[in-house]
Structures are given as structure tokens and as C-alpha cells.
Design a protein around this ligand. Sequence first.
Ligand code: ARG
Ligand code: ZN
Length: 899
Amino acid sequence: MVEFKKANIKMASQNASNIVFRKDYTAPDHQIESIDLSFDLIPTCTEVTSKIIAVPQEDRKSDDLILDGDDLTLVSIKIAGEDSFPGQYDMRPGKLIIHNIKERTEIEIVTRINPRNNLELSGLYMSKNNYITQCESEGFRRITYFPDRPDILAKYRVVIRAPKDYKDLLSNGNLVEQGELLDGRNYAIWEDPFPKPSYLFALVAGNFVAQEQKVTLSDGREALLQIWTEPANKGKTEFAMQSLVKAIKWDEERFGLDLDLDRFMIVATDDFNFGAMENKGLNIFNSKYVLADENVATDQDFANIEAVIGHEYFHNWTGDRVTCRDWFQLSLKEGLTVFREQEFSADMLGDESSRAVKRIDDVRVLRNSQFPEDAGPMAHPIRPESYRSINNFYTTTVYEKGAEVVRMYQTLFGKDGFRRGLLEYINRYDGTAATCDDFLNAMAESNYEDLSQFELWYSQAGTPRISVETKWDEIAKTFTLTLRQNNRTFPGKPAPKPLMIPVKIGILDDAGNDIPLQLEGEDSPDGTSRLLILDEAVQSWTFRNVSTKPLLSIGRGFSAPVIFNTEYTREQLAFLARHDSDLFNRADAFEKLTLQMVDQFITDLSRRGAQNAMPSESYLFAFEDILNDDSLSPAYRAKVLEMPSENYIAENRVLIEPALIREACDLIKRRIGQRLRGSFEDKIKNNQTPGLYRPDAADAGRRALKLLSLSYLAYAQDAKAMQQVRNLYKNANNLTDRLGAVNIAVQASLPIGEELLSKADVEWKSEPLLNNKWLALSTQLRTQRGKRPTVDLIRALTQHPKYQDHNPNSIYALLGTFFRTGGPEFHRPDGMGYQLWVDSVLFVDKFNPQVAARLARALENWRRYEPTLSNLMYKALKYVSEEKNLSPNVREIIEHALT
Ligand code: ARG
Ligand code: ZN
């Protein structure tokens, strides 16, 4: 039996926390008209002077001005120009309360902070010797006392003073002055013309290089774009700059939304808790979403960079110009901006097949990570009702399901209707803090629709399940479709109501062609795809003139974030995979077919260790058919034929048995590799990308199909393929191929796996991006009989020079990937995987609760695992919950998991 031992670690900084409820929102009693901030930057003792103008509101409940503060040393307070005296203010945990603010009053507060010790990376912190800020959601209160809530919009003026070796001093808005002080230090003064909430404040100080470019905006104005990085990363920002220019043009063209600033800056840093941050005019990025060249970034990284640069830029309108009233409205800016980002990426790809690949990818993210969240103990509506730590609600539900909800408006109203609604929303709320209801109303009113039922998407959690029943009357030539929606019930919550669900369908005839659709009561057919609105618990539609045996294609393009329970036979799925005119649904049908086969293998393997199980001939035929279909882009074929992830397979099973899932997947891949060798070899030969590396979709697609083919052959332990993997690693002129080769060798347990991994350890020049890639690759090593368990290796790697134990990217790359991949290397019956999880969560929680809480989520669906594992997971969770000094962030996750 395992025992969960204490990790040995430093002391925690604790912040008070209570549960916050959406229903408790009240408007602030005081607004802040403006804030003058001045910083004297010193690593361990930075002095911050904040001069605010507080304005009491007419309808206020109290004259107390409530300021938030966390981890600050108060130096002095002046009220209306006078030194304060006892009784004028009070300190409570996390709050500074100034009494009797009955008129417009200037308040000056001086505090000291310690950026060097700030390992939470929230507030003002140091990344090597550079100063960086991160304020969303509640980091500004770690810089100075301020009403740190998004419905307080103030004008900012910022003075930065720093030692003379700090050349670049940046903040939001316009640079109004810079120079040298009498004592030799440097200073800079910035003014942001747009009032903003505190979470959008940013400051950066250091020595950087900037790539600059001027763009002419649609109204003829010129704007300066700058991407700042450390000098060592010079030359890796070209792609990010192109992406930024594309994003600016796209928002002009698609929505008529222009850049509103003369200067737009991006800064890249290696020390960052998440992807990137949309601070007004000064976006701060995790360097993995900015820096790229053929040796440090893969095709996927290039695509991510374009998407994240777009995402943060689009926030300028959806987030910054119109912000959120409170954090429960987070999806108002995030769901909307993810949707805009997805549309941008799709538009950059252009052709229909590439767009389908993008849609398949986005839906896979949703199904792999949001569906389990919505089915588990952390389920919440896209607009949550309560939280303990808001940082725990930057979830795939708020982001990705939120984006699907926004997409449904476009599905309902069309692109023009959506644009009209979005612009109406921006017109109404520009310069203010809005709510999800405001967005819905703007959409509804500008499209003359009643969306009161649609509102339930914001308040009901859980993935709706829709059972699908069809009936063909051969004599009457009618086809009847009946849909029943079933929504998750939550104990103590009112029974769920039927949602308004757009269901896009088509009907295939027996030759695989779309049937023209004519509903009962219509005079003539109209189109071959139809949007049905399911807004009752049960609903039926009857189509006329269906004279050959029909086959339904439902949820085309993934028209709503739901699960359709269809009961297709294998033959029907294979037929859809071959013929559906909707490329998303073709892929979906093939995936369902694969999942059915995986289930069959798992059953066979658990019953009788059926090592000679074989995929059906019809499956192999369908597979090969797609593989060789040159009318489909290589990218699309690679996407469709990739085996579903072990996590996704797990999500589709009642009881999760990680070892069996792995065994089934490996065996299936081996069989496919053995049987389709010729076709795979052909794909490898015909999808080379000679010449200069280009990260475009066409070349990336070819590389993907080549690597996929190589991977199936590797699983078959094909000798020639092994040689090809080795050569690919050696001769590749880009990281996609090089990393792909190692990945294949490691995952398929080729004899050269460890050898390639140690080569890469030495050869990948010591640079953070590559270090993290290498760490993540190492987690994919399969534990082989009689060899050292992977979990031991992972533990040992926490001491490796490539691993920086306080750096979020390092932690995510090694521990996050290991826990999240969720294979039998982590889910060990001896509990050693969970022991590493316990130690990691507790260790990281001492200095960075936000990152620790993300790691902590790896065990939340413990109830679904086979009993041996689920008992151990329960013990591990219990062990962590008994830790007294747990951060509120981790505590919230663990408590949810245990209740
Ligand atoms: N607003 C940032 C973005 O869109 C993410 C900020 C995450 N903040 C947090 N506290 N988790 O993408
Ligand atoms: Zn965002």
C-alpha cells in the first residue's frame, strides 16, 4: 500500500477567501475617475505611489471607500492632500477602508512591494531581471490598494523610474515623456487615453529588442506595432508580426473594428502563468505564443501563435473597449473572443477542407477537455454562479463552450446578423462594463428575435444529450426525425429546462447524395442542409418525397455543443464517412467507427487477452479509402485518420481502465500499420516538403500525413520505417519533423526511442522553448517490462538542468503533460503516479497556487476509474485536502472533487 509522504517545502503566502456569489453583485459606491501611479523599481523593495480621484455615486449605500490589497506594505496615506489620522481608515484582511468619502476626493497611497519574491507571477514580478505585470483577475491589488473590480474604469497616468541599465520602460497607452533623472536613473511617463479596469493595467521594464512595423489603418491613420523580446530572441518575431498585421486587417474587414491606438505593443516573457494577456495597448505574452522559427517551433506552434496573437488583439474591442461588469461575466469577453479567434484562423486558411480541419480541431478540444469538465465535479455554466478563486474559472467551459454558445448566434442569424448584433452590442456598451445579458439582448434586438430561452445556455451546466430517432415510411415517402433532449440534473438545483438548440441536418440517399429537403407543409424542397430549432423536450419533423432509403447526417459542422445519441450501424458510419457532404460529419462518423472498434478490442482483450484481434475488413477498407483519396487535402486525411486520444476514448467509456485502453490502441495501430503498409509508404514518399521550411497549411498538412503514416508503420515495428524515423530526426530541416520523429519513436516504443531522446537532450540547444518540448516528449516514454518506470524518470527530471522548478512552462511541460496524458504510466496500481501528483501539487502550491490548482485538476474525475485506481486517487485527494496551509485555489478544486 502506498503512503502519501509530505513534500518538503517553503512557507506559503496565504490570502483570505470566501465564496463569492453572482447574485450578490452590487454596483460600487465610489468610482475612480483617474489614477496617477508612480513606480520606483527596485527588485526587493519597489515603492508605488498611487494618487486616485474617488467620486462617490449618487445612489451609494455607504460613504466607505473600499480598496483591495494583497501582500502590500502600507507606507502612508494622504486624504485630500493632508496626512491621514487614526480613525480615518481601517485595515481588514485584504481590504483598506477609507471612511467618509462624501465628495470627490484625492487620495494618495504609498506602498512597498517585493517583485523579486513574487513567485505567484500575479501583480508585479520579475522574470530574470525584467519587470513584468499580470493583473487579470486580481493582481492589481498586489501592486497597490485599489478597488480591484472590473466595473471601475479609470484613466491611468504612469511614471516609471528605474536604474540606468533599464532601457525600456513600458506601460499602456501613449508615451508622453522619457529621459534621465538627475540621479542618473531612467524614467518614462505613459498616459492611456481610454478609461480601463485595473486588470488591464500593465508595466514592463527591462532591456529588450523590438521588431517594429507601421501599418495604415482603414481610416488612413498610421499605427506603430512593436514586438519586444529579450535580445537573444531577436529574429524570432517575424511570424508573430505578420500575424498581428493580419489580425488588424481581419477585424477591420469582418467587423469594421479598427485599432484605436497609435501604438500597439506585445512583450514576450518566459515566466507567465498562462497563454497571454490583453492589457490595453501592451499585450504580454508567454514567449511560446510569440517566438518562432523552424528550429524552435512546430507547425502547431505557428498556428497557435497566429491564433493567440489574434485572440489578444481582438480583445481590444471585446474585453477592453467593452469589458465585464464582474468576473461571473468572464465568458462575455472570453467566449466571444475565442469565437472571433476561431473565425480568424479559419478565414486565414481559406479553402473548405482546411476550414473543416480547424473545426475538427476546435471540437476535439471541446470534447477532450470541456465535456469531461461538464460531466464532472467542476461542472459550471459558462456564466458561473459562485467561486472561491476566480482563477479556477478560466476553464474550457468559460472559453470553449462559451465560444460555441457565441457561435450559435451566428448559426441562428447568419454572418450578417451576427455582425449586426455584435456592432449593436459595442455601440451600446463602448467604454463601459457589460453583462452576458447585455450581449444577448443586443443580439436578440438587432435580429428581431426572442432569445429568452436561449438564455438558459448561460445558466445551465452539463452537456445536453439528444436522443435521435428516425423513421422512413417507404410507401408514403416520408422521413420523420424525432429528437429528445436530456439535460444534466444537479442535486439541489431546479430541474433543467429544455434548451434552444440549433440542429443542422442533411439526409443522404442510398447513393450517398444529399436529398433536397422539403418539410411537411412546404410547397417545394429548399436546399440540402437545414437548420432545425429544437426548443422543446421532444420534437418531430417530417420530410416529404424521400423515395430511397435515407440516412441522417445530424449536427453538421457541430452546430451546437451537445451529444447526439445516434444508433448507427457500422455500415452506416462507414457510409457517412465516405459520402457525407459535410466534412466535419464525415470525420465524425469515422471517429465513431473507430471508437466502436476500440470498445470491441477492449472487450476482447479483457475477456480473453485476444492478441490476435483484427479490425474489421470494412474498417480497414474505409481507412484506406480515406488515406488514398487525393481529392481530400493531406491535412484533412491526417486529422481524420489519427487515432482518438486515450483521454477521449476514456471519456466515452463508462469505466476507465487506462492500461486496457493503451493496449487496445497500440494493438489497433499495429494491425493497421501491418495491413496498410503499401499505402502508408506511398504517403510518406508523396508528402515530402523539400526546400525551405514553410509553416503554411499546405506544407504542414503534408508533414502531418507523412508523420501519421510513419507512426502507423512504426507501431507495426516495420524495420524500414524505423530507419526512416532515424533519418528523419537526423536530416530534418525543421522542428516539426525532428520532434515528430522522436515522438513516434517514443510512443511506439521503438528500440531507438531512448537514443533519440538523449540525442535531442544534447543537440537541442539550450533554450527554454526547446527545453520544454524535450521535457514534454520525455513524459511519453512507455514503461516497458523490466525497465525503469516512466514515473521515476519524471521525478528524476525535476532535477534536470532543463527543468526550472518555479517556471510555469516547465511545470506544465513535464508534470502537466504527464498527469494530463493520463496513460498507465501515470495511473499505476502501485500509486506511484499519484504520489508524484501529491508531491507536485503541494510543492507548487507553496509559491504559485494558480499553477498548482491546474495540476490539481488531473484527479478530479477519479470516480470514473477502475476501483483499484479510483481508491488510490481518492486517498491522494484526501491527503492533499488535509494539508492545513493549502491555498484557496487548490482547496476549491480538491473539495469539489471530493464532494
Ligand atoms: N485574458 C487572458 C486571455 O485571454 C487570460 C487571463 C487568464 N487569467 C487568469 N487569471 N487565469 O486570454
Ligand atoms: Zn482571452
